[in-house]
Structure formats: C-alpha cells, structure tokens
Design a protein around this ligand. Structure first.
Ligand code: CP
Length: 306
C-alpha cells in the first residue's frame, strides 16, 4: 500500500481504507460553512507547488490552485500549450527542468496512462496525479466520496450506478477502486462498445449492465460520465442516439431510490449524457462535487506536504 506522505498520490487502487478515511475526514474539516468562504491558513507557507497540465481542465486545475493558496503555498500553473512542450521538449526533460527549480510537489495531468507513476519513479519529489489517460483520477474519486458522504451515512452497502463511457474513464476506475474498498455495490452501464467485459474483474462488487433501466433500479447514487470523444478512435454514436439509450432523464429517477443523488464529474454535455432538468434538479449534486474539489485537494496537499 502507498503512503502518500512519501510518494505523493498516484491512484486510489494502492491506498488503504485508513488513508482514504483520513483524507475524507480532513476534507470535511476544510469544508466552509454555508455562506462562508474558505479559511486562509499558513500550513504550507514556504512550499511551492507546480501544476502541470498537459490536457485541458477547469475544475481540477482551478481547485488545486485554490487549495494550495488556501493552505498558504505558492503555486504556479503550466499548460502544455505555451510551454516548451509545444517546441518538442520531452516529458522527462520538462519534468527535470521543473524539478531543478526545486518545487515541493508537482500536480500533473497527462493523456498517457502511467505518466505520473513514471515520473514519481524518476524524480525525488511527490507527484499528485490530476488524471492520467484512462487510468486514474484519484482526487476526483475522493471528492465524489466526500460528496456522497455529505448525503449518506456510509458508503458500505450503497448501490452506485456508473453510466456512460466507462472504457475511457479514469473517473470510473478510481471510483470503482474507492467504492469497492468500502463495500459498495457497483453497476457499470454503457453501450457495449464502451463497456468491455473485463471491467467486471476490476474490483469486488462490480457488475455490468447494458440497460439503463437495469442499472438504475434501486440505485442510491447515479454517477453519469462524459462521453470522451477525444479518446475514441471509432466513429462515436450520434449525440441524439446516445441520449436516447444512455442519457439520464427525469423518468429514470423514478426507478431509483427516492433519495437518489445524481453526480457527474464534469464537464457535462446537456442533451447527450443527461437532460437539463436532471442536471438542474434537486437530486443533482454536481456543483457540490465541484465545491468539494477544493476541500479534498486541500486535504491531499496538506497530507503530502505538511
Ligand atoms: N472533473 C474534471 O476532471 O474536470 P476538469 O477536466 O474540468 O478538470
């Protein structure tokens, strides 16, 4: 099992329950009260955190920046576009260059699965995985768990339907690893081309469903996923056809438990993955997820660096 204080945070798969619970408890401590803003602390005063994003991001990039600043750290964000990566510099050379400037941690998003792990082996500073290819998005799963626990007593025994482009989703993988460690029942649902059978073996408590009706029946949590057109190599299903078979609509909510919550990591595509009336409904906790992104990333950075 990984100790994130030493190694950084590369994925959920290698974390034990105690580590996850410690992060989620600390994130709850950091959550502001309603109508309050985040407190500014000096826990990480004197530390420098570099955010290196080789792929587009709004939620993850901004919330890591805010989290670092709320803890008193200095932070700077580098996007691949506009850096020397666009001049052909390799990943290792870019990271060695940044490491030579002695940051205390690097937060990194990359299109290649395993890129953060490769760098963690290569560099002596903690790396935080902000999403790598189709592999893992650990802080997303942590903020999703924090959001579920804001609405439910426990993850154990919960029925969670994860629906959409499972094949290309690092969010789905990290969530499956986390939820299965806590004994949740997980149903993965999507078109057969985006739901490979081998995913059933990803973790205990996982089963596959090709029908939305079957997946949502009795669900406590419905987690919708973005269709990741940027990772699909075959002609994708037309948006209207996808929505007809795998888009979440109000009538689906009738099949779930009456207090079901609807989640989506964002960015959402209304009319493809879910209807606007679901996205904006009382059941939707999508903006709570975004808000928890700051508290969870504060907890992660503090645990790694303080
Ligand atoms: N959920 C998520 O990773 O969103 P961004 O791509 O905007 O960071």
């Amino acid at each position: 099992m990984t100790n994130i204080k030493r190694a950084g945070l590369l994925g959920i798969e290698d974390l034990d329950r105690g580590e996850i619970e410690a992060i989620l408890d600390r994130a709850r401590y950091f959550q502001p009260l309603p109508n309050e803003t985040y407190r500014r602390l000096d826990t990480l005063k004197g530390k420098t955190i570099v955010n290196l994003f080789f792929e587009a991001s709004t939620r993850t990039r901004v919330s890591f920046e805010i989290a670092a600043r709320r803890l008193g750290a200095d932070t700077l964000t580098i996007a691949a576009q506009g850096s020397s990566v666009s001049k052909g510099e390799s990943l290792v050379d870019t990271l060695n260059t940044l490491a030579a400037m002695r940051p205390h941690a690097i937060v990194m998003r990359h299109a290649a699965s395993g890129a953060p792990e490769f760098l963690a082996r290569h560099l002596q500073i903690p790396i935080v995985n902000a999403g790598d290819g189709t592999h893992e998005h650990p802080t997303q799963a942590l903020l999703d768990a924090r959001t579920i626990l804001d609405h439910r007593e426990s993850l154990t025994g919960l029925r969670v339907a994860i629906i959409g482009d499972i094949a290309h989703s690092r969010v789905a993988r990290s969530n499956v690893h986390l939820l299965s460690k806590f004994g949740a029942e997980i149903v993965l649902c999507g078109p057969p081309s985006l739901l490979p059978r081998e995913l059933e073996a990803l973790a205990p408590g996982v089963r596959l469903a090709w029908s939305m009706t079957e997946a949502i029946q009795g669900a406590d949590v419905i987690m919708m996923l973005r269709v990741q057109l940027e990772r699909q190599h075959e002609a994708p299903m037309a948006s209207s056809e996808y929505f007809r078979f795998y888009g979440l609509r109000v009538e689906h909510l009738e099949l779930a438990n009456s207090d079901v919550i609807v989640m989506h990591p964002g960015p959402i595509n209304r009319g493809r993955e879910l209807s606007s009336d679901v996205a904006d409904s009382q059941r939707s906790v999508i903006l709570n997820q975004v808000e928890n992104g700051v508290a969870v990333r504060m907890a992660v950075l503090e645990r790694i660096l303080s």
